[in-house]
Design a protein around this ligand. Structure first.
Ligand code: NOJ
Length: 548
């Protein structure tokens, strides 16, 4: 069925690093409002802002201490209301991050819960006695270390899958659910257009909280099996949908690690009325390769095609290659050393024209890259710091740790947005809260606006093309040249309209026999090369879109 959110192009904002409007070095809501015309011009319809709520910032806002207040550094509720009104005035929509697997340890609910064993909110979180003088079980948290923290006041441990300052809410408790739904209705009454739902895959825990098998005799054991997409989780999603989603014309996107295409329909099958889309992680897992080794086109084809086929006619994909938890796509899958522009634009085309709603992460549209780190002090991310601690304990050298975090660290995508070539990249008048990538002198919005061949202008053309051609939104996806080792190619077809997307995912030229795929009668409607010399040969990282 046709709907606005299927036709939308979405843009993700990490507010701390997007634009500082008041000269304190930290991005803010008014900074976002200032840049709405930029987003509109790019062709954006839907904005997702990462958490902007009151928070002690242990995990940069993913630890919320008040769901109904704005983080002081980001502005006020009046600023938020103005931002929302300005978004709507431009015909765009805004979704916010719903972080309810956990709260901050400073949230009043947790302060009450931890105040005594018989507090009425005790059961809003998961509290347990220790076992033999240690944690209640051997689960390792997602950010390393134990998933439990001891509270000396009440002499029990509480469960936290992320940092110790992010205690997990107990979703078994109906009062918790009601409180969360009330908060969601409150935001929806303001007119927001939906939610990106953080860590929804972890909300259900194995009910007995048993130890996980520990053959390697680790102190804490990776515990995903006990809380990732655990049986019964979808009942929570149904409950949330019945109580909240179904009463509004909104869009919902769940962050669902661990989901494979075979089970995708259970989450986003349209008749199920659960979520509209999920951010799945299968292609992201391919990033967990060694530094400098790209996933093969064959691996990418397998995963993307499986998702496209699994949801054809049944549900809808969320398409993305970057976010605030990942390294930059051009650094990871592309070739920033030799073919930065070509690989940035080729990778853009690759995912963007599949069936689904494409999301762009701030800075991706100008081909921002990973940054450099030279020591512990250069990192901000709590997970990087925990990793540093653990790897040091394992005897790894500083060089090894830096190399690992340079390749994998979330801080890579959290450097300030590069608006221009000035000292603070046009992000702030003051020293930014986090290092600006040194390449902002070359890679920035101001320069790319002027340059017809820039990555930015390529994104603009790509978005315009998708908007113009319904087949590129609703058409069926079909893989072609399936076994080609360098080229990723696919059709998008609807009724008589037919498009071919070609991407050479390598730093060498690539060709194919005309007999395998003929371009007869086709017109090239988008491409990243100056000209087409040989129709059946693509230059390094060349991409072309043909209309038949
Ligand atoms: C996923 C978010 O994207 C990430 O940034 C955060 O650290 C965790 N969930 C915990 O909220």
């Amino acid at each position: 069925m046709a709907t606005w959110w299927k036709e939308a192009v979405a843009y993700q904002i990490y507010p701390r690093s997007f634009k500082d409007s008041n000269g304190d070095g930290i991005g803010d809501l008014n900074g976002i409002t200032e840049k709405l015309d930029y987003l509109k011009e790019l062709g954006i319809d839907l904005i997702w802002i990462c958490p902007m709520y009151k928070s002690p910032n242990d995990d940069n806002g993913y630890d919320i201490s008040d769901y109904q207040q704005i983080m002081a550094e980001f502005g006020t509720m009046a600023d938020f209301d103005r931002l929302l009104a300005e978004v709507h005035a431009r015909g765009m929509r805004l979704i916010i991050d719903l972080v309810v697997n956990h709260t901050s340890d400073e949230h009043p609910w947790f302060l009450e819960s931890s105040s005594s064993r018989d507090n009425p909110k005790r059961d809003w979180y998961t509290w347990r006695d220790g076992k033999n003088g240690a944690e209640p079980n051997n689960w390792e948290g997602i950010f390393k270390g134990s998933a439990w923290e001891f509270d000396p006041q009440t002499e029990q441990y509480y469960l936290h899958l992320f940092t110790r300052r992010q205690p997990d809410l107990n979703w078994e408790n109906p009062q918790v659910r009601t409180a969360v739904y009330d908060m969601m209705h409150w935001w929806l009454a303001k007119g927001i257009d939906g939610f990106r739902i953080d860590a929804i895959c972890h909300m259900k825990k194995e009910p007995t909280l048993a130890d996980v098998p520990n053959p390697d005799k680790l102190r804490y054991v990776p515990s995903m099996k006990s809380h990732l997409n655990y049986d019964g989780l979808l009942e929570y999603v149904d409950d949330m949908s019945r109580n909240v989603f179904q009463h509004y014309d909104i869009v919902t996107v769940g962050e669902v690690n661990g989901l494979d295409s075979a089970h995708a329909e259970e989450w986003v099958g349209e008749h199920r009325n659960r979520l509209n889309m999920v951010f799945q992680f299968e292609h992201v897992r391919l990033w967990e390769t060694e530094a400098g080794i790209r996933p093969s086109p064959a691996q990418l084809k397998k995963i993307f095609t499986a998702w496209q086929e699994a949801l054809e006619g049944k549900g809808w994909n969320a398409l993305y290659v970057e976010n605030h938890d990942l390294t930059r796509i051009t650094s990871r899958w592309g070739d920033t050393q030799h073919y930065w522009r070509e690989s940035a634009t080729c990778l853009a085309t690759l995912y963007f024209l599949m069936q689904g709603t494409p999301f762009i992460y701030q800075g991706q549209e100008i081909g921002m890259t990973n940054t450099r780190f030279s020591g512990l002090a250069d990192f901000d991310d709590v997970s990087a710091k925990n990793m540093w601690r653990d790897m040091t304990a394992q005897g790894k050298s500083e060089e090894e740790i830096i190399a690992f975090l340079t390749h994998t660290g979330r801080d890579n995508s959290r450097t300030p947005m590069q608006w221009d070539h000035s000292a603070n990249a046009g992000f702030s008048e003051a020293k930014p809260w986090f290092q600006v990538n040194a390449n902002h002198t070359i890679i920035n919005v101001a320069a790319q606006r002027q340059d017809p061949d820039s990555v930015l202008n390529f994104y603009r053309a790509l978005i315009a093309l998708r908007k113009k051609e319904r087949a590129l939104i609703y058409g069926r996806y079909r893989l072609v040249l399936a076994d080609h080792p360098q080229i990723y190619a696919y059709w998008r077809e609807q009724d008589d309209a037919k498009f071919l997307v070609l991407c050479n995912l390598s730093s060498k030229s690539a060709q194919w026999p005309e007999g395998d795929l003929s371009l007869d009668g086709a017109k090239c409607v988008l491409g990243n090369a100056a000209q087409i010399d040989e129709p059946y040969r693509l230059h390094h990282w060349e991409t072309r879109v043909y209309q038949f």
